[in-house]
Structures are given as structure tokens and as C-alpha cells.
Design a binder for this molecule. Structure first.
Ligand SMILES: Nc1ncnc2c1ncn2[C@@H]1O[C@H](COP(=O)(O)OP(=O)(O)OP(=O)(O)O)[C@@H](O)[C@H]1O
Length: 499
């Protein structure tokens, strides 16, 4: 489907308190700006699914997101203002006039009166209602009119999403067909994201860009475009649901533009027509009027319907052939001029050919999809290998860094060792020098001592001698003879002993 993903159901299950499973493991993508129709038999969980979108109901398990954000993260009131809700018969407030009904949500959210009023009248016109109906009450409207007011009310605050629960079911088939046309016209203008419920497969096929078929037990049976469902139903349930005449319905999705058109004899005067081949009566602009009745000269048979190859479908072309008294579908140009004829069997041949092409295209698409998936898997594998390689490279880089760091540390340690050895050597040298100096000093001292011992005692100055003598007289001194130096620890040559 085109369009961005707007609402995404992921494995959603809804179980009511009494144990009824209304929706089971539903995964569904609802694209923006398109009409998604949920269709299925009564009780298959359609309404439950719809109500989970605006959080009137919460899933029991699984999750629903809107533009990537979980619905749960949004406030309910905020959410509901962004989602219009239409129910059967419009669900109008009976005691409020049409205009008051339409103004309900804008009034709630505080729009100013003029803006609100203008918007309400604009919407009345948009849904095809006359202004004079504005002051009526719902009971004074037809079912179709009520339904339109319901749609106008849901659109009033310009919601992003429209939720519609069987909006057209309460009106008769003729009004419904009319409402469908107007609804599609309206959607062309407003381009909303619409989720609609119906149990009518015809309505679904007519309105839906995407159809989700549900079966009993709240299980999604198939989702796809109307054409996909008609041409490739996944099982008997879907095939039965889309109808036995689905082949004929399917023609509604095949353009008539490729039909091989042939010429036919034209005349403006039916009386001049003769022979056994069909003759088409046209006016002066070559607009077809009818078929010349070859059995009653001058008479014209009805034309039946015509078709425009550029815009109509095979179904319209086939209708034209089947309605024609001569079995020929008449193609016209946009200006109404005759363009050619084609038989019903040529149309069916073309359909068969197209179906075969479609089947080819489908299998080609399947093959292309498979190839794409393989390519993607290969790309992911390559990506994985690349990631692994860069992880290994990063590890190797880290190891290399570590090795360089260790090498640097070893070099620094070697340098430190060398410095320490040099310092030690220098210290040893200094120590040796110091020993040497010490030894020299000791030797010198020893030499000086010896020298001193060998030298006579120096003469004392006169005054000092006198003082000495006087002291010796005042204080008798015992002068003991000098002992042998070798036997005396004190090593003095003389000892003066005090009394
Ligand atoms: N509040 C509820 N409590 C218990 N069961 C419920 C409740 N509402 C709905 N159901 C059940 O859940 C199932 C799904 O109901 P739901 O209304 O979603 O179906 P539906 O497809 O919209 O039906 P219909 O087409 O008839 O409106 C039904 O079996 C119904 O009986």
C-alpha cells in the first residue's frame, strides 16, 4: 500500500472479562490517507478492533502504535479529538439541532463562535446538505441526511483519523449508493485516514483502498486491495466471503483501455442500411444513436450502454456488449464520438490474457520479492561480516596500541635501569675516590704524627715558661716517667696527673 504507516496493530489480542476472545493476535497496518475497511461476519471483532484505536477499549496483549508512538503514551481525550467517530445512523444528539450537533467537538475544545459556525456551515455543504436543514432536529431528517450530519460532526474539528462503524448500514440501498459516491468524492477532497467497519463486502470493495477480512474468533483472514482479495483469496472462507461472482466483480478493477477496437459501418440514415452486418446509426457529430434494424428498414434499435476505454473498466465494457442487441460494445471518445466496437468474447479473451499476464506478473513479483529478500539477506550477512571485520580490526588496533605501550614502558624501564647503573657506577667511583682520599688523609696524619714524635719539644716563650714554673711551685706535680706507647691505650707520651 502507498502512504505512510499511521496505525499499526502488533499481535493484538482483546479478551473480555467473561473470557470471550473478541480479537486474536491481530497484526495489521493501516496506512495514512487511505480508506481501510474491516469486514467480516457478525461478532468477528470488528467493533472491538475499531474501539481499540481510540482507546475506548484497551488490548489485553500486544500493542497499537500511531506514527510509531504507542497509543498508550497518548492521553485519551487528546487522542479522541484527533479521531472523528461516526456510528450507525450518525449517533446524533436528538435534542440538539443539526448545526449544534456539528459544532459539538469544536465547542468542547473552545473554538470561537464565528469560526465554529462558519466551519459547521462549510461542512454542511461539503456533505451535500442544504443550509436550511441547519436548524432542524435529527428526528426531522431522513436516515441518509442523519448519516451525513454524523459525518459532518465527525469532521468538525478536522481530525487526522476517521473511525466509522457501519456508517451507511441504516439507509436503503439507493440512498446508500448515493452516499457512497458522495463519500468517495469527499475523501478525494479531504484525504483522511479512514478506518471503516461493514459486514457488506460490496461496500468494502467499492470504498476500500485496503480491506481486512476477519473471521469468527477475531482472527484476521486476509488483508489486501479489493482486487487482490477477488483474484487471490487465501482460502475458501475468503473466497466464499467475497462471493461466487468474484470473477465478474474482479472485472471492475481491470481497465478497458487495452481492448482491440474494430470499425463498423456507420450511417446517419437508418433507411439506407442494408446487408447482414450490423450498421450503427450516428448523428452529424458521429455520436452513436442506435443500431439500424436490418429486418425493418428505417427503424433503429436501442444502442444499449457505451463505454469510454480511457476511463471505464472491463465490467462496463462487458455490460455494454451484453446489453447490445447486436452483441457489440460501443466505445466512444470523451466528446461522445464513435471510437470502435468490441465483442463480449473479445473482451473475455482480453481479460483472460490480462489475467495470465497478471499471474505472470504475480509470479514475477514473487520471484523479484524472493530475489530482493535474498539480496537483503546477503547484504545483512555482508554487513555482519563487515562489522565482525571492523571489530577484529579494532581489537587488533587496541592490541597494537597495547604492544606499543608495553614496548615504550620496557624502553623507559631499560633507560631507567641504564641510568640507575650509571648512577651506581658514579657512586662507586665517588666512594672509591673518597676511600682514596680518606686513606691518603690517614697516611698523611700518620706521617705527621710520626714526624711530630721524632721532633724535640719546641721552646716555650719566656713568659709562658715563667708562668709554668710558678704554677709548678704552687702545686706539686708528679711527673711520671713515660710508658711505652705500645702498651698504653692512651698513647700519650706524658701524663699530667692532677692531685
Ligand atoms: N463487553 C463485552 N463483553 C463480553 N463480550 C463482548 C463484549 N463486547 C463484545 N463482545 C463479544 O466479542 C465478540 C466481538 O464483538 P464485536 O462487537 O467486536 O464484533 P463485531 O464484528 O463488531 O460484530 P457486529 O458485526 O455484530 O457488530 C462477540 O462475540 C461479542 O459478543
Amino acid at each position: 500500500m502507498d502512504g505512510d504507516v499511521v496505525i499499526e496493530f502488533e499481535s493484538v489480542t482483546k479478551r473480555y472479562r467473561d473470557g470471550t476472545t473478541a480479537v486474536q493476535d491481530l497484526s495489521l497496518t493501516i496506512p495514512s490517507d487511505k480508506i481501510t475497511v474491516i469486514v467480516g461476519p457478525s461478532g468477528c471483532g470488528k467493533t472491538t478492533t475499531l474501539r481499540m484505536i481510540n482507546r475506548m477499549l484497551e488490548p489485553t496483549s500486544g500493542s497499537i502504535s500511531w506514527d510509531g508512538a504507542p497509543l498508550k503514551s497518548k492521553r485519551k481525550t487528546q487522542l479522541r479529538r484527533q479521531m472523528g467517530y461516526v456510528i450507525q445512523s450518525g449517533g446524533l444528539f436528538p435534542h440538539r439541532t443539526v448545526i449544534e450537533n456539528i459544532q459539538t467537538v469544536p465547542t468542547l475544545i473552545g473554538w470561537d463562535k464565528t469560526k465554529n459556525r462558519n466551519r459547521a456551515y462549510e461542512l454542511l455543504e461539503m456533505v451535500g446538505l442544504e443550509r436550511k436543514l441547519a436548524q432542524r432536529y435529527p428526528s426531522q431528517l431522513s436516515g441518509g441526511q442523519q448519516q451525513r450530519v454524523g459525518v459532518a460532526r465527525a469532521l468538525a474539528a478536522d481530525p487526522i483519523v476517521m473511525l466509522m462503524d457501519e456508517p451507511f448500514s441504516a439507509v436503503d440501498p439507493v440512498v446508500r449508493a448515493d452516499l457512497h459516491e458522495q463519500f468517495l468524492q469527499l475523501q478525494k477532497k479531504i484525504g483522511k485516514t479512514i478506518v471503516m467497519i461493514t459486514h457488506d463486502i460490496d461496500e468494502a470493495i467499492k470504498l476500500g483502498d485496503q480491506i481486512a477480512i476477519m473471521r469468527k474468533g477475531g482472527v484476521l483472514a486476509q488483508v489486501g486491495s479489493p482486487q487482490q482479495l477477488l483474484e487471490e483469496p487465501v482460502d475458501d472462507f475468503v473466497a466464499g466471503f467475497v462471493g461466487k461472482d468474484r470473477g465478474y466483480r474482479g472485472l471492475s478493477f481491470v481497465a478497458a483501455s487495452g481492448l482491440p477496437l474494430e470499425n463498423v459501418q456507420l450511417t446517419r440514415d437508418p433507411a439506407a442500411a442494408h446487408g447482414d452486418q450490423p450498421v450503427l446509426v450516428v448523428d452529424e457529430d458521429a455520436t452513436p444513436l442506435g443500431w439500424a434494424d436490418l429486418t425493418r428498414p428505417g427503424q433503429t434499435q436501442m444502442l444499449g450502454s457505451t463505454f469510454l476505454p480511457e476511463t471505464d473498466t472491463m465490467r462496463v465494457a462487458l455490460d455494454s456488449a451484453l446489453n447490445s442487441p447486436v452483441g457489440l460494445a460501443v466505445a466512444v471518445a470523451a466528446n461522445g464520438r464513435f471510437a470502435g466496437v468490441v465483442t463480449a468474447s473479445q473482451i473475455l479473451d482480453q481479460v483472460r490474457y490480462l489475467k495470465a499476464s497478471v499471474a505472470d506478473a504475480i509470479s514475477a513479483r514473487a520471484e523479484a520479492d524472493a530475489a530482493r529478500r535474498e539480496a537483503e539477506a546477503a547484504r545483512q550477512e555482508a554487513e555482519g561480516v563487515r562489522n565482525e571485520a571492523s571489530r577484529i580490526a579494532a581489537e587488533a588496533d587496541a592490541e597494537a596500541d597495547e604492544a606499543a605501550r608495553v614496548e615504550e614502558a620496557v624502553r623507559a624501564a631499560d633507560e631507567a635501569d641504564a641510568k640507575a647503573a650509571a648512577a651506581e657506577q658514579a657512586a662507586a667511583q665517588k666512594e672509591a675516590v673518597a676511600d682514596q682520599v680518606e686513606q691518603q688523609q690517614a697516611e698523611q696524619e700518620h706521617a705527621e704524627q710520626q714526624q711530630a714524635e721524632q721532633q724535640p719539644e719546641p721552646e716555650r716563650p719566656e713568659q709562658e715558661q715563667e708562668q709554668q714554673e710558678q704554677a709548678e711551685q704552687e702545686q706539686p706535680t708528679e711527673i711520671r716517667p713515660r710508658r711505652d706507647v705500645a702498651g698504653d691505650d692512651q698513647g700519650d707520651a706524658t701524663q699530667i696527673r692532677q692531685p
